[in-house]
Structure formats: C-alpha cells, structure tokens
Design a protein around this ligand. Structure first.
Ligand code: ATP
Length: 440
C-alpha cells in the first residue's frame, strides 16, 4: 500500500496529425496531499500529460492510475476523483457565477439540497459569496479563475488539476490565486498544476518536475533542484553589441577556467520574461505602480485605435514605441493595415513600414548580452573570468553573483531555454490577446 494518489508509468503520446511526439515515455508518482508542478516552456508536453491523466486523451503507450483507478480502464472513476481547471477559460459569461456552478453540479447528478449547500461552500472557499449573483461577463480575470476553481471542487475531488492557473493574470491577482491554491491544499486536496512561470512552481510546489520536449528533465523539491547546482551563479551584463553571432566565441575560453560548469546566454533587454510584452517605461514616474502601467500599455498595444490615440496625445507614447523591443513592434505592425498606417505619426510610420517590409531581422537589432555562469567558488574565479572577457574587448556593464535560483536550474537542465523563452514571448502575446478577446 503506497501513499501515491497518482502513478504514471512510461506514458507516451504521439499526435497522429503531424506525428508529434508530445510526451515521451515519462514516469512519476504524486503523493496524496502534495502540490506537484509540471514546469516547462510552451510545447513541453504539460497539457498533454494532464489531459491523459484526466482521461480526455488516450495515451499512445504507457499506464497511469489516479486515485487507484486506471486511466484507460476506468475513466469514469478517474473523472469522479478529479477536478480540472483548463488553460482556456470555459465559463459561460452570460450566466451568473452561481448558475455556472449549478450547471456543473447538475451534470454531476447532485441532488438539489446537496447542490445548494455545496455551491455555497465552494463559493466561500474562493471568496466569491458576494459576487455569486453577478453575471460572469462582469467578473475580473482573477474572479473568473477563482470561479473555475470553485467549479472544479463541487464534486469533492481528491485531486485538482490546474493547467496554467494564473496565465495572463496580473502579478497581484496571481498572488491571490496562489494563496487560494495553498488553502485548498491545506484541506488535503492533492494538486497537480502545470506552469511555465518559474516563480509559481517555486512558491507553490512541494515537488517540481521539469519537462522539455516531452521528456522529464529533472524532478525534485525546489530546494534540492537548486542544491544540484551547487556553487555560485555569476550574471554578467554587457554593453550593446551589434553582432550576436560572434559573442559566444568567448565561451570556450571561459569554460576552460577551473570550476566553471555551464554558461547560458541571454539578452538583458528581453531575457526570461513572464509578461507578454516588455516595454521599457520612462524613468521618473513616481507614485505610479509600474505593473499597472505595463498592464495598461499592453491593453493599448493590442488595439490600433487606442494606439493611434495615445501616439497623437502623448509624445511619451511615441518614444516608448521607438524604444520597444522588435518583437513588440512586430506585433504592433500586424495591427495596422495600409489604411490605418496613413493615420500614424511619421516617425512611427517609417518604422512600421520597415518592419512590414521585413527590413529588420532579429540579428540586425542591438543585442545586450547577458551570460549566466554556473561556477564553483565564484568569488575566486570572477577576476579570471573578467580578465578573459576584457581580452576579447567586450565591455561589462553589470556583475552580479548569487546562489542558484530555480530559474538557473531550469536554464541548466534545459540548455536552450533562451530560444524557448523568446518564442514563448510571441506565443504569450498571442495567448494574451486571445484571452482578452475571449473575455469580451
Ligand atoms: P502549452 O503551455 O503551450 O500548452 P505544453 O507544455 O502544455 O505547452 P502541449 O500543449 O502538451 O505542451 O504540447 C506538446 C506538443 O504537442 C507541442 O509540440 C504541441 O504543438 C503538440 N500538440 C498539442 N496538441 C496537439 C494536437 N491536438 N495535435 C497535434 N499536436 C499537438
């Protein structure tokens, strides 16, 4: 008899359309009462894994049990044992919060009296009692997420599956959802969540399973994962360079230094973002929450009419566009057809036309490299590292040495996380815009 509530053995999924190996022979166990996070970039195979465990997808190979029930043979019992909150919003906006829950309870065949009590109980759990009789279309993103969690809990599942529970939410709301998830776990509900936010896995999970390209790369507590990267992490930021291709040529020299184990390369402007767009805010904006401004900027940047308005009214908005990263500009360029372009101020129009014509490529733009070096006894090796860099005429802008974070662990294990991250940014922008449209 084990305490495992989920057991996964050699699970594999190949999507026939396109012959994609989405999940590649993975095995793991989750103990009753754990919060277990599948952490990985977009396309790592997290949603596919959770969908197989929820019996929404049939595995190509392998086995799994949830609450002792086999996912292939006893899907009905598996479904009764789990609550699931999908990545994509799935509430009916034209119904009230309570009605959404009512519908779900009816689908689960719950008798009327039991239904009323249970709905009140789950509403209380997610602090939505006083909003239950509002239409969902009037809910904020965070309220919708909480209602979806409440819905997943109505039939008293043993395990709650949360697929990217805070995707697209602002940092404050995200934190509130984290508190709710922790609270549910204290009620002895086992939680399996997927996320590509490292801080989310770090904050919530008892154990983290890092996935990439369908495989498990590492699995342990956050603490132990960090310990595996003993030593120090040295982050070096450089002045702008024009040719990003030449830059890694100094890597072999640094790798020769005693104690250096790994180097990962990024761009200090664009690296490791969790928000969909990175727009540099002007300095000297006291008393204004920068996250609020970022959120507002993202809203404006997905609507050409609002953008036109902002450019006409605020010179600062024009400057912010000119300073924005190429990917953000490319997203904006897509919003403007020839007619709309005519209304755009000249300095921006010239830039948008160049982007539309494909005059810019990633390599042409300025690159502010940042490298992270995993190294034993960093304090001792740092002067040597700097010497090597100086010899190569690279200009260091900033040096920072710290103990490994989960982010370092991720980079270390997945290696090419920078490439994944930057493609994530584009996907995230798309998702963010899609979600906004869905919410309307
Ligand atoms: P995300 O957070 O973006 O959903 P993920 O880690 O959950 O990422 P999956 O959605 O499981 O990843 O996707 C894993 C791989 O399988 C990706 O290459 C994806 O393009 C592919 N894939 C997912 N669903 C399908 C499908 N229905 N048909 C074909 N390929 C698919």
């Amino acid at each position: 008899m084990t305490d495992n509530i989920i057991e996964v053995k050699n699970l594999t999924k190949i999507y026939n359309e396109g012959n994609i190996l989405a999940v590649d022979n993975i095995s793991f166990e989750i103990q009753k009462g754990e919060i277990f996070a599948l952490l990985g970039p977009n396309g790592a195979g997290k949603t596919t894994t959770i969908s197989m465990l929820a019996t929404l997808l049939t595995p190509t190979e392998g086995e799994a049990t949830v609450n002792t029930f086999n996912i292939r043979k006893d899907s009905k019992s598996v479904r009764k044992s789990i609550g699931i909150v999908f990545q994509e919003p799935s509430l009916d906006s034209d119904m009230k919060g309570r009605e959404n829950l009512e519908l779900h309870a009816i689908l689960y065949g719950m008798p009327k009296k039991e239904r009323r009590d249970k709905i009140n109980e789950v509403l209380k759990l997610v602090n939505l009692e006083d909003k239950a009789d509002l239409y969902v279309k009037n809910y904020s993103g965070g309220m919708k997420r909480r209602l979806e969690i409440a819905r997943g809990l109505i039939h008293e599942p043993e395990v709650l599956f949360l697929d990217e529970p805070t995707l697209g939410l602002d940092p404050q709301t995200r934190r509130k959802i984290w508190e709710k998830i922790k609270g549910l776990n204290q009620l002895n509900i086992t939680i399996l969540l997927t996320t590509h936010y490292m801080e989310e896995a770090d904050e919530l999970a008892d154990r983290i399973c890092i996935m990439d390209h369908g495989k498990i790369i590492a699995m342990d507590t956050s603490e132990n994962l960090k310990k595996k990267l003993s030593g120090d992490i040295i982050d070096l930021e450089f002045e702008k360079i024009e040719n990003r291709i030449e830059f890694p040529q100094i890597f072999p020299e640094i790798m020769k230094i005693e104690g250096v184990r790994n180097i990962s390369l990024g761009d200090s402007k664009n690296n490791q973002e969790t928000m969909p767009m990175n727009i540099n805010l002007p300095a000297n904006m006291p008393n204004i929450n920068p996250e609020m401004i970022q959120a507002r900027m993202r809203e404006i940047m997905s609507d050409p009419k609002k953008l036109l308005n902002a450019w006409k009214k605020f010179p600062m908005a024009t400057q912010m566009f000119l300073d924005a990263p190429l990917e953000a500009k490319k997203q904006i360029a897509k919003l403007f057809d020839d007619n709309l372009l005519e209304q755009v101020p000249d300095s921006i129009k010239t830039e948008l036309i160049k982007i539309k014509k494909g005059d810019y490529s990633e390599e042409d733009t300025d690159f502010e490299p940042k490298i992270s070096i995993s190294c034993e006894d960093g304090g001792k090796q740092l002067p040597l590292i700097i010497q090597k860099i100086n010899k190569n005429n690279m200009k260091i802008k900033n040096v920072n040495m710290h103990r490994p974070t989960l982010e370092d662990v991720f980079l270390f294990f997945t290696g090419d996380a920078i490439r994944e991250e930057s493609s994530n940014r584009i996907k995230n922008i798309k998702k963010f815009i899609q979600m906004r449209q869905l919410r309307k």
